[in-house]
Design a protein around this ligand. Structure first.
Ligand code: SAH
Ligand code: DHB
Ligand code: MG
Length: 217
């Protein structure tokens, strides 16, 4: 089994279970046309986040790392009337592309896109949030986790993307800043009595990676 099989299976299941979605396709196409990197969550994992948010009745969602707004659209669509999503993005060009995509998706009115370093945006926020999706610079994962924990309601969920990175996370000798950041996050989560956590390894159109899922007690 290899990446080609994972991609084919991911595409097959998405084609089988997901309704055609021109709005999301346009967000992907316009993000690519604007030169954004192709690192948004896959359709399968976007829908997984959407279903997770709906399952816990999330009314306030926090996202760290907007890019072109692809995962933002999936999460915003899970909100009930009156719900809101705050998403953090440092790159002005990414934020501009995201604003167009969010507008077209009809979710701009429920999404508050905050431009700037996420750590500064987070410091100014007050909770409670029901769900946080952490998907920005991997060096800062432990700092984002600490802020998400402060902002979460009891029973809230914190999901962190890219915690496996093709298995690099278990390389004790790695000097890669993203790997070191993920390992610092792992130590912080392991030592944190206020959460219960696990990791779901994933394969698909984005290769071999994984989500960390933490539930706040
Ligand atoms: N969640 C998106 C993908 C995010 S990619 C999706 O699945 O569709 C990571 C994003 O985090 C990039 O757009 C990058 O510019 C942003 N980012 C990186 N460092 C950041 C920081 N310090 N503060 C806020 N955003 C940051
Ligand atoms: C990268 C970042 C991501 O958030 C992701 O899901 C995949 C790759 C990256 O920076 O390479
Ligand atoms: Mg990611």
């Amino acid at each position: 089994m290899d990446d080609q099989t994972w991609t084919a299976v991911d595409a097959w299941w998405t084609g089988t279970l997901h309704a055609p979605d021109p709005t999301l396709d346009a967000a992907t196409a316009d993000s690519a046309a604007a030169g954004l990197p192709p690192i948004a969550v896959s359709a399968s994992l976007g829908k997984f986040l959407h279903l997770l948010a709906q399952s816990i009745g999330a009314r306030r969602i926090l996202e760290i790392g907007t890019l072109g707004g692809y995962s933002t659209i999936w999460l915003a669509r899970a909100l009930p009337p009156g719900g809101e999503l705050i998403t953090c993005e440092i790159d002005a060009k990414h934020a501009a592309v995201a604003r167009t995509n969010l507008e077209r998706a009809g979710v701009a009115s429920v999404v508050d896109l905050r431009e700037g370093p996420a750590i500064d945006t987070l410091a100014a926020l007050t909770g409670p949030f029901d769900l946080a999706f952490v998907d920005a610079d991997k060096q800062s994962g432990a700092d984002y986790f600490a802020e998400c924990l402060r902002l979460s309601r009891p029973g809230g969920l914190i999901v962190v993307d890219n915690v496996v990175r093709a298995g690099k996370v278990v390389d004790d000798a790695s000097t890669d800043a993203a790997v070191l950041g993920t390992r610092r996050l792992a130590a912080a989560v392991a030592a944190e009595p206020r959460v219960e956590a696990t990791v779901l390894q994933t394969v698909g159109t984005k290769g071999y990676d994984g989500f960390l899922l933490a539930r706040v007690r």
